[in-house]
Design a protein around this ligand. Structure first.
Ligand code: PSV
Ligand code: MN
Length: 406
């Protein structure tokens, strides 16, 4: 059946000089990894509300993640967190994932939940704690090798609460030493993605507080170290797309943890509060995909897109589907920006025309395009409606309450 809405859409976009076949190919190639911890119970420091049907172990988390892939077709891998997803046999976990049509993705070490790490992990003044933290990092590299995963996502809760509590410079050097040891353990096809966060759980200083610190660390470590941008980890008003462009130009943008924030690291689902920011982030990526420098293009092609969000009130699988479709929608809109038009306006220093060329694409309704793309990919046109109709949510209620948290 010819989709009338798509026919009109196609005419409009062709008139704007957009190559829709290219846009469709890029949309089909998009992959957004979901986090295993986003399927578990989560909450705030005040309360974790338990939901019925939450997975009880890593195997069930993968089953839920496979639903997101089944209905969206663009989330074929799942990030794991060690020890939250620790199992005796990672080969079995890998096989289970593959049997469900997904893969295990980035491995996230956890250096923030043990008493030993109260005063820091890789920055602790006690060499025995730093040793323990380094061993855990290397353990995670080995797990990643075993499951065939390329990416290790690193986030450190390390920081201090009071002036004078610890020596910033010494901590910086200790962190570098530990990460260097981890770096040396990586295979050639593996990379470490270094995340930053400007505050929390520490309130006075955080050892990797911003992208510049992560970037500096990555640069000193070597080409297998890149920066991970978690959209929720910036102070109010930060121009995230500028950070993205800068890192792309330096060929050090490793990946994203998408989510929405209003005040702090809220971890609300992606695209709920920040659609224009997400769109402008993709604008920088789309522009880098067309850069004259092959290295920049290559970096843009190898970005690990991941979600990092907690669903404290909302059901988890639909929240994940909504985020994925939000990300897909913003990417689709960014792909409709006429980059030549933007460039011409920039050359003429025509501020209004340049801004218009960008915003115009944001205002286009991409629903007909996404429907056709999904149909061609063999997934439902409306992934959310199809999932809700499937009965899966009712089926998992049998798991009861009290599943895994985070
Ligand atoms: C920290 O806030 C973070 O964003 C890191 O990515 C962790 O891996 C994740 O949340 C889960 O704690
Ligand atoms: Mn994160």
């Amino acid at each position: 059946m010819t989709d009338q809405r798509y026919v009109l859409f196609e005419q409009d976009q062709q008139a704007r000089g957009i190559n829709l076949e290219e846009v469709k190919a890029k949309l089909k190639a998009l992959k957004v990894e979901t986090p295993s911890w986003g399927y578990g119970d989560s909450g705030t420091r005040f309360k974790v509300f338990q939901q019925e049907g939450v997975p009880r172990d890593p195997f069930e988390k993968l089953e839920d993640a496979a639903q997101v892939q089944k209905y969206t077709g663009v989330s074929p891998s799942v990030a794991i967190h060690i020890p939250w997803d620790k199992v005796d046999d990672y080969g079995k976990l890998k096989q289970h994932a593959e049997g469900l049509g997904v893969k295990l993705g980035a491995v996230n070490p956890n250096l923030f939940q043990e008493d030993d790490y109260k005063f820091g992990s890789v920055t602790n003044s006690d060499p025995a704690v730093r040793r323990k933290a380094t061993e855990h990092l290397i353990e995670c590299v080995n797990i990643a090798k075993e499951i065939g995963s390329k990416d290790l996502s690193l986030w450190f809760a390390d920081g201090t609460n009071y002036p004078g509590q610890a020596d910033f410079r010494k901590r910086k050097r200790w962190m570098y030493e530990c990460l260097q040891e981890m770096y040396d353990a990586l295979d050639d096809n593996q990379r470490m993605l270094i995340e930053y966060k400007f505050f929390e759980p520490a309130f006075y200083h955080t050892d990797l507080a911003d992208w510049g610190m992560s970037f500096n660390m990555a640069q000193k470590l070597g080409p297998k170290a890149e920066v991970l941008v978690d959209t929720g980890h910036h102070p109010q008003g930060t121009n995230i797309e500028h950070i993205v462009a800068y890192l792309l130009d330096e060929k050090r943008l490793g990946g994203f943890h998408f989510n929405s924030r209003k005040y702090a690291d809220d971890d609300l689902f992606a695209g709920a509060l920040n659609p224009y920011e997400l769109f402008l982030t993709f604008f920088q990526i789309v522009s880098a995909l067309n850069d004259e420098d092959a290295g920049v293009r290559q970096n843009a092609e190898n970005i690990a897109y991941m979600l990092d969000q907690c669903h404290n009130l909302e059901p988890k699988i639909p929240a994940m589907i909504r985020s994925i479709t939000n990300v897909q929608t913003m990417y689709a809109k960014a792909l409709l920006i006429n980059l030549d038009e933007v460039q011409k306006a920039q050359e003429k220093q025509d501020v209004l025309a340049a801004e218009h060329a960008v915003r115009q694409a944001f205002e286009i309704d991409v629903t007909p395009l996404l429907h056709v793309v999904r149909e061609e990919m063999g997934v439902p046109r409306d992934p959310m409606a199809a999932f809700l109709k499937s009965g899966y949510q009712d089926k998992i209620l049998a798991r009861g309450k009290g599943g895994a948290s985070w």
